[in-house]
Ligand binder design. Structure first.
Ligand code: 2HA
Ligand code: ZN
Length: 269
């Protein structure tokens, strides 16, 4: 069967972005084995020919009912698939799914019957909420950034906005490009509905949340935007750790310097 990407430049651009980001996650050492997930809401770039495609899987339950996902379409990384493979072959290591009328089941429609990510309920719950509030955000990324996960092993960093303020103060760009900061989700079992619920709650206030001793979850306008926010936070975490490795606690920018940034860049916090 021919790929649905053929003669569809807009869809191809979005899927190529996913592949590019998957490569960055692997190169950064954030995506060991099958670690991490990416989902993108591609509903608004589906044409009638795609919508008419037959299912290539049986009808599968999502596990939860998500009222706002009726007849929506998502590209999802495949469960057990590697980011480093997805970077080269996005349609062999991920698939396009359609959510059915009951908002509780889905089918795979293209290109291959690759089962979607084990974190599907949490990713789709976030997309459901984004649609509900009329958000323009279309992408979610989960990955395992080394320095941020390392910092999550210290309770003092897990108090609300402690880590946000440290990371913002390491380099001016971080506050400018991750203006909402970093939310915190205390440890929960991977793939669990509790993890999904807590993530959803934190994402009301933040674009990126840190899962204690596990990784981060980000939402963005597209997959590049979600990646960029994780990347700037990770850069700050590296600077903090480099200073600690040189044997000192970094001073960080002063409160005044951070306030000056907020005013100059019209930042919300
Ligand atoms: O899908 O990272 O948390 C692999 C994971 C689950
Ligand atoms: Zn993970």
């Amino acid at each position: 069967m021919e790929s649905i990407l053929k003669n569809r430049p807009t869809l191809t651009i979005e899927i190529n972005k996913v592949a590019e980001v998957a490569g960055y996650l692997w190169q950064n050492g954030w995506a060991e084995r099958n670690g991490g997930n990416i989902t993108v809401n591609i509903t608004n770039i589906m044409d009638d020919a795609i919508k008419a495609l037959p299912a290539i899987s049986e009808v599968k339950p999502i596990g939860i009912t998500l009222q706002h996902l009726k007849n929506t379409y998502f590209y999802c990384k495949g469960t057990g698939k590697r980011m480093r493979d997805l970077a080269r072959q996005p349609m062999e290591n991920g698939s396009v799914i359609k959510i059915l009328d009951d908002c509780a089941h889905y089918v795979i429609i293209a290109d291959n019957p690759v089962n979607p990510t084990s974190e599907l309920p949490s990713h789709l719950a976030v997309h459901n909420h984004l649609i509900e509030i009329g958000s323009p955000y279309k992408a979610t990324v989960h990955t395992h950034p080394i320095e941020l996960v390392a910092m999550s092993h210290n309770k003092k960093f897990l108090q609300k906005d402690v880590l946000t303020n440290i990371l913002w103060s390491m380099i001016p760009e971080t506050k400018a490009f991750c203006p909402l900061g970093l939310g915190i989700v205390p440890y929960e079992l991977p793939g669990s509905s509790k993890l999904a619920e807590e993530t959803l709650k934190q994402l009301e206030e933040y674009d990126v949340v840190l899962w204690e001793k596990h990784g981060v979850f980000a939402k963005g306008l597209d997959v590049m935007d979600a990646f960029d926010q994780i990347d700037v936070l990770s850069k700050s975490a590296k600077i903090y750790l480099d200073a600690k490795c040189m044997g000192f606690e970094p001073d960080g920018m002063t409160e005044e310097q951070m306030k000056e940034m907020s005013i100059a860049f019209h930042l919300p916090k």
